[in-house]
Design a protein around this ligand. Structure first.
Ligand SMILES: [Zn+2]
Length: 371
């Protein structure tokens, strides 16, 4: 049984650990001491995953016997998380910390020099050059990705600090590298590769049994993600060409658009902060929406933000009936669930036909890994 703990509910977590110990003892018929030993052993290999999505990926790849601790729950917006003293303690005690990095979670900035921190986000993977990808030129600098495995390479992050200082306090406005890489399943495969490589470092070369378990779980993850990629391509292909636009509030769906052949338009790119709307900017964006015959504006939350509601009113362009989840996981479900939900919401809203049952079968395979 995996010890799965959210720190905002530390007490609950303690109870869960206690329950695990008791259950284990009862199940095996062993002495209570066995449970204690398991707990001590588990504690000595504590892996912390910062963002809920990272936690889901690490859980899918790590051996089921290894406890994974999720630092933040999914209600929080990772762009805005603050690390509380208790969470800082968890980070200090961890054997290994996985995070999307400071581009997605700016609060992690000061933890990046910690040698146990493994970044799996945009600064750690090589992004494919899909069609028109000028903004990603920066990624040339990241060619040497193996360097991230030995953590001396985290010195590099100083360079990023300067680059990204402008986006530090800007909620949902990413001036630097776009961190929402997981919307392209091929990128999740790359993230998973880093995770699997680093998890294996926790086990000696002699422990071939555990290392093989990690290898097998990585293989399953890769195969599920490849199928997700194919499935999403098939669904998007049912959208009439003229409708292939994702219009949403903040720049988060570009990787998705580039992977599956949809153009994206982020309202905040034109408007800056929603609090500082200028009539000129508004009329420009309305012109853009009309010029491109935009059929629908996708909400990123429920109820939709004021900005989206206003634009919808002024342009008579309807808002999607369901929101798309752009910053991580949905209230329930996994990395695959959110991809299936977003794809079906996009496809069905744009006049395509989404085969949700097929998507759910892929979700179910993932669920077997993380249950
Ligand atoms: Zn975002």
């Amino acid at each position: 049984m995996r010890i799965f703990k959210s720190f905002s509910k530390a007490e609950q977590g303690k109870a869960l650990i206690a329950r695990t110990i008791i259950n284990t003892s009862i199940l095996t018929g062993a002495f209570f001491l066995t449970g204690i030993n398991q707990f001590v052993q588990a504690k000595s290999k504590s892996i912390v995953a910062v963002e809920p999505l990272t936690c889901d990926l690490v859980t899918a790849i790590a051996p089921p016997s290894s406890p994974i601790q999720c630092l933040f729950d999914r209600k929080q917006d990772v762009h805005d998380i603050k690390i509380k003293p208790r969470q800082a303690q968890r980070l200090k005690k961890a054997t290994q910390v996985f995070t999307l990095g400071q581009e997605m979670s700016p609060a992690m900035k000061k933890w990046l020099n910690n040698p146990i921190t493994v970044v799996v986000g945009v600064s750690a993977i090589e992004i494919d050059n899909h069609d028109n990808h000028d903004a990603h030129d920066n990624h040339d600098a990241h060619d040497n990705h193996d360097a991230h495995d030995n953590h001396d390479a985290h010195d590099n992050h100083d360079a990023h600090d300067a680059e990204h200082s402008t986006e530090k306090h800007e909620h949902h406005f990413h001036a630097g590298l776009d961190p929402h890489i997981w919307h392209d399943p091929q990128n999740i495969i790359k993230m998973s590769r880093i995770i699997s490589k680093n998890i294996k470092k926790n086990y000696s070369f002699l422990d071939t049994k555990t290392r093989n378990i990690v290898n097998e779980r990585y293989q399953s993850v890769e195969s599920i993600l490849k199928d997700l990629d194919q499935w999403a391509k098939k669904q998007v292909s049912t959208i009439p060409n003229k409708n292939r636009w994702i219009v949403s509030k903040h720049k988060a769906m570009r990787y998705y658009g580039e992977a599956f052949g949809l153009r994206t338009l982020s309202l905040l790119d034109f408007l800056g902060h929603s609090s500082s709307l200028r009539p000129k900017a508004i009329s420009f964006i309305i012109g853009e929406l009309r010029k491109n015959n935009i059929e629908i504006i996708f909400a990123e939350q429920k109820p939709p933000s004021k900005l989206i509601k206003n634009l919808s009113k002024q342009t008579s362009i309807p808002i999607s009936s369901k929101p798309i989840y752009v910053d991580g996981l949905m209230p329930k479900g996994s990395t695959i669930s959110v991809a299936v939900h977003n794809t079906c919401t996009i496809v069905n809203s744009l006049g395509g036909l989404c085969n949700k049952e097929e998507g759910q079968q892929i979700e179910d395979r993932w669920h077997l890994l993380i249950k």
